[in-house]
Ligand binder design. Structure first.
Ligand code: ADP
Ligand code: CIR
Length: 387
């Protein structure tokens, strides 16, 4: 049985246990999806189609597209449609519900990725090409909250994949170790304000790990969306976090993407936070080759992060707007912003603190993504003051 009925958390386990079996089987059969797998995929799809999931996957994976893609596999890794959609089918409460197990999936399964990308990134069509990188300068952005009245903290992150390595679900344990070693060496050679040290997750004291998560530095553990997507194999091996001395520049290794580069600090000085991120990406880019696609921009595991992969967020308190959630959401939509909870995606807003960030990352430059967030947050603060 492909996806056990016992519950969502079992889905990831299933993925981990059976993936190598599936891959070997396909290779033997010349990349054909065998009948049993196909039948199970059909059954799971039927079940999913009957849910009331609000995900983009549910909306766009019509029977016609499912039938068109269900027998395909990617040339280098034999990834199937099931590898792409397992997370969304196991977790009907997904917002998006799809991941690319390898970069080829974006093409082979384009019939489902393209419409989801177009909707998430607000109109990035399958004929569009993501622009060249253009970071501009953070100096153009004034402090969003000079009186410290609304913004608790500001964070700008981007994701990168390393050339020559597939995404999480196709990495071997050996490759995780190799990547961690490469990245750790590169990170330890950073200088100046980026000088710091790497802490592997394996062997980390549980109390310290929880404190780092609670302080918003470290990624959480046991994300059921990632687990069902096959991204938690060999956990915690190969994963870790790098900090500079001031703990305002961090790099996550081998969580959702090979690399997440993060700049964060208290207050609303977006320009300073952004400039620090740019410096960090450029310094690391001299030591490690990042994967970039002509059309899709920087390559990431989740299609929501393609393109610039930039997510610029504030932790912000807007007490009046908080009382009118509909108005807050309407304003967020108008300015292409996404509202998340205090501990990130799929979490609640504690103490009225929301995480608000730019939503789209594709079809615009890094500078434009930051500007979009800057202008939107300014408008939200103005609306709060006038409410
Ligand atoms: P991402 O996809 O950007 O990594 P997540 O939603 O998984 O984001 O959040 C990762 C962590 O970053 C969480 O602990 C979240 O609270 C924290 N975070 C996000 N934005 C901010 C911010 N502006 N200030 C402080 N912490 C933040
Ligand atoms: C979902 O569909 O809700 C999850 N798979 C997360 C999607 C986007 N978030 C992300 O990449 N961090």
């Amino acid at each position: 049985m492909l996806i056990p009925p016992q519950g969502r958390l079992r889905c990831g386990v299933f993925f981990r246990q059976t993936q190598s079996v599936i891959v070997r089987h396909y290779a033997k059969k010349g990349k054909e999806v065998d009948k049993a797998t196909l039948a199970e995929m059909e059954k799971q799809y039927q079940k999913f189609a009957n849910t009331s999931s609000k995900s983009l996957l549910k909306k766009h994976l019509t029977k016609e597209i499912f039938d068109k893609l269900k027998t395909r596999t990617t040339p280098s890794f034999n990834s199937t449609l099931l590898h792409c959609i397992n997370s969304g089918m196991c977790n009907p409460d997904s917002g998006v519900g799809i991941y690319a197990p390898d970069a080829e999936s974006y093409k082979v399964f384009g019939a489902i990725f393209d419409p989801i990308i177009e909707e998430y990134h607000r109109g990035f069509k399958k004929t569009d090409k993501h622009p060249e990188s253009c970071y501009g300068s953070g100096k153009d952005f004034a402090n969003l909250d000079p009186d410290n009245a609304f913004i608790v903290s500001t964070r700008v992150r981007c994701g990168r994949s390393v050339q020559g390595y597939p995404f999480n679900p196709c990495l071997t344990e050996q490759q995780y170790a190799e990547l961690e070693y490469k990245l750790c060496s590169a990170l330890h050679s950073l200088e100046g304000e980026y000088y710091g040290s790497y802490m592997p997750l394996a062997g980390m004291d549980k109390q310290m790990q929880q404190k780092l998560i609670d302080d918003h530095f470290l990624f959480k553990e046991g994300d059921r969306f990632l687990e069902a997507a096959g991204a938690s194999r060999f956990w915690p091996n190969g994963r870790g976090i790098f900090f500079n001395k001031k703990r305002n520049f961090l790099v996550w290794v081998n969580e959702e993407d090979h690399i997440r580069i993060i700049s964060m600090e208290k207050g609303g000085d977006l320009g300073r936070v952004y400039d620090r991120m740019i410096g960090g990406v450029e310094a690391l880019g001299k030591k490690v080759k990042f994967s970039r696609d002509e059309r899709l921009g920087f390559l990431t595991f989740c299609p929501t992060n393609l393109g610039t992969s930039i997510r610029a967020s504030v932790h912000i308190k807007l007490p009046k707007l908080n009382e009118n959630k509909e108005k807050m959401q309407k304003l967020a939509d108008k300015y292409h912003l996404q509202v998340r909870g205090t501990s990130g995606e799929h979490s609640e807003a504690k103490g009225g603190v929301h995480d608000i960030s730019n939503k789209r990352r594709m079809g615009l430059t890094e500078y434009e993504a930051i500007k979009e967030m800057h202008d939107g947050i300014k408008a939200l603060i103005k609306a709060e003051c006038n409410a």
